[in-house]
Ligand binder design. Structure first.
Ligand SMILES: NC(=O)CC[C@H](N)C(=O)O
Length: 376
């Protein structure tokens, strides 16, 4: 394939950026967002929460440590498109098994490089996340802008149904040798409600000695309780939490039955299930240096985040208490149920930006599982 083939990114506000294709040929639409991490492009490409989004990396050179099989957060890339300033001409890392551009091409990811990503990010910051279209096949500006405007966007859509698993699976992979605590079996059974779960979450849960079962996000409360879990995990996932009423209903029925822990979309769904409201952030939080205050301990942790929606603090019902705050913009970063064993965070403790700052949340979940009365 000619890696110098032209590509264009058009926004719904009429802006068009011209660059070169560094991925598959084709055309995709999506919400154009940005991530400020310097590393982690492989985790970003494979995080199912990016479904429906065209992700721009603010770091100017991407691809320099290649791609490997171990750092995947899912089998395949699930995002709509990828935007970078420059694709590294070489990759160098002892764990690398291939290069970024060949990976993008092989997996059908439409990607553009050599555009002014700083100008694009400033526009998104000023005007908010926008619908856009990324194409190597149609290079007509007016046509592209019209398609960007006509694209569905992600508000009000159920994108979870596009990325959740179809069947029940048992998870058997632990964290790698750098991070694995190698805890002996706890004997506990955790059922994960998968809305597009990042794989480092079940790696963490299994490394703590738990038996981990993954079920589709559409599984009912009765089916979940029938599996006799000791704890229930609510995963991250793509898009708007409001239309996912089936998941909110299930969670409502599970609260108080078994300890619950939710991450990101799981946090939003737990909050909505209790009666809170979500709102759309102007351009979201996506990166690896978001400071969060744990109100329980007074400690500040450096967190990995990827979300475009958040829970409205003023909408929280009496049964929910705020446990964590995002210090960049004072949005809610975590909640806990006042009467029942259920808590959640808006960020990603399974990731390692801190690098270990947020792993204690898995320990809190483990403690709430092991402190259940026997036979409950
Ligand atoms: N990573 C996630 O789970 C994202 C949650 C939700 N889709 C949002 O954008 O806010």
């Amino acid at each position: 394939m000619n890696t110098r083939a032209p590509a264009k990114l058009a926004l719904e506000d009429g802006t068009v950026y011209t660059g070169i294709s560094v991925g598959a040929a084709g055309e995709v639409d999506g919400e154009v967002v940005f991530n400020t991490a310097m590393t982690g492009y492989q985790e970003i490409l494979t995080d199912p929460s990016y479904r429906g989004q065209i992700v721009t990396m603010t770091s100017p050179e991407i691809g320099n440590y290649g791609i490997n099989d171990d750092d995947r957060e899912h089998q395949e890339p699930r995002l709509s498109g990828f935007v970078i300033r420059e694709s590294s001409r070489v990759y160098s890392n002892y764990r690398a098994q291939g290069g970024l551009t060949e990976y993008l091409q092989k997996h059908g990811v439409v990607a553009i490089a050599e555009i002014d990503t700083r100008a694009l990010v400033r526009r998104i910051r000023d005007l908010g996340a926008m619908k856009g279209i990324l194409s190597t096949t149609d290079l007509d500006d007016a046509s592209l802008v019209a398609k960007a405007k006509a694209s569905p966007g992600l508000v009000g859509r159920d994108l979870v149904c596009e990325v959740m698993p179809k069947s029940v699976e048992t998870w058997s992979v632990r964290l790698d040798e750098w991070t694995d605590a190698s805890t002996p079996d706890s004997g506990a059974h955790i059922v994960c409600l998968d809305f597009g779960m990042k794989w480092n979450i079940p790696r963490h849960l299994h490394s703590r000695g738990n038996r981990v079962t993954i079920v589709p996000g559409s599984t009912t409360a009765d089916e979940i309780l029938g599996m006799e879990p000791d704890g229930i995990f609510l995963s991250n996932g793509p898009g708007d939490p409001e239309p996912l009423e089936y998941a909110q209903q299930t969670i409502r029925q599970l609260i108080g039955k078994k300890p619950i822990f939710g991450i990101c979309l799981g946090h939003q769904l737990l909050s909505l299930a209790c009666g809170a409201k979500a709102f759309k952030l102007k351009f979201g939080h996506r990166g690896v240096n978001q400071p969060v205050l744990d109100l329980t301990t007074g400690k500040i942790e450096i967190t990995t985040q990827n979300h475009g929606f958040a829970i409205e603090q003023s909408s929280l019902p009496d049964c929910l208490e705020v446990t964590h705050m995002n210090l960049n913009d004072d949005t809610v970063a975590g909640v806990r149920h006042r009467q029942h064993d259920a808590f959640s965070v808006q960020y990603h403790p399974e990731a390692s930006s801190g690098p270990h700052d947020s792993h204690y949340l898995f320990d809190r979940f483990q403690e709430s599982i092991s402190s259940q009365p026997a036979g409950s």
